[in-house]
Design a protein around this ligand. Sequence first.
Ligand SMILES: Cc1cc2nc3c(=O)[nH]c(=O)nc-3n(C[C@H](O)[C@H](O)[C@H](O)COP(=O)(O)O)c2cc1C
Length: 347
Amino acid sequence: MKSEANFQTYRLGPFELEHPFILAPMAGITNSPFRRLMRRRKSALVISELVSANGIEHSGGKTLDLLRFHEEERLVGLQIFGEDTELLVKAAQVVERMGADFVDLNLGCPVPKVVKKGAGSAMCRDTASLGRTLEAMVKSVKIPVTIKIRTGWDSQTKNAVEVVRVAAEAGISWVAIHGRTRAQGYSGLADWDFIGDVKAKSPLPIIGNGDVGTPQIAVDRFKNYGVDAVMIGRGALRNPFIFDQSRALLLGAEPQMPTSESYLQLMDEQRAMLQEVFNPRMAMIHARKFLAWYSAGFPGCHEFRSKVFSIPDPGILWDEAREFFLKSTQNRDFKFMNQPFLMGGHG
Ligand SMILES: Cc1cc2nc3c(=O)[nH]c(=O)nc-3n(C[C@H](O)[C@H](O)[C@H](O)COP(=O)(O)O)c2cc1C
């Protein structure tokens, strides 16, 4: 239902969303604290980073920690990967027992270590075998099973239409598509025309993904490519307010530029959540990464960045960050913002 009324909802498979803009799963980034933070800043749902089905079966402890989530994150999906149907079925059942709202299977990871074993994007090369795995997963749980894919293995085998058909037959609830082939890695641009074409032929809801860096691009992709939702990864790291801004723009309002106050609030919440979940060393590693991303393009960001990576004391680091965002939330350089970054990941 896509009317212009303010109270409308957007259907995605079995769920009703307030709007169609969703945080993409990212390894080492979309952990529970960041997912919580982005739900508070209006990502319509959240998904964990990829978690190994093999690890869930064999290594317990640390792997299971990756599956923990906070109630505040709902709607929350947990993403798994692997090549063995039996282990994927078991992992999906663990995800269901953990209480997640849906289980997502990673079929887009291009990383050699993963595809060599036949997992991630390699699974889409043999669609008959993929269909059997998906069907087994869907039959084994009551929660929705969803998948995230690429457009294909390489430019010769862009088989997303076929993958979506097989997924629909198996009972998958939606397909998210990162608009690059496995061979492309993170180079070139996401092919939204191709995503739009897959959507036009798809019996399933389709989430489009790739290179959405501004609310304007998010709304353009949603309106012009017919997709059911738009997934935003790296764009949310440089602009953690992008979901709410995209929602506002879609409803016809002018997106609010974040103020110093918005950043201070964000940092206070993130600092507290990181302390809650991680040991001091890990909390510091995460603090550094996020502060560097958030500050990109603001005046003085280069000096701030070098401070971020050299200050050893977390208290001093957060104080510096507060000071930076007190004076630096105007005059952002959006040209710099559009430069590609983080050109590698698991999907
Ligand atoms: C650092 C990093 C880690 C990623 N990890 C995952 C992952 O665990 N699972 C997954 O499905 N995709 C993963 N991805 C892919 C993203 O979900 C997304 O498809 C990709 O970044 C393109 O979208 P974007 O241009 O909005 O960032 C990762 C991407 C990056 C940059």
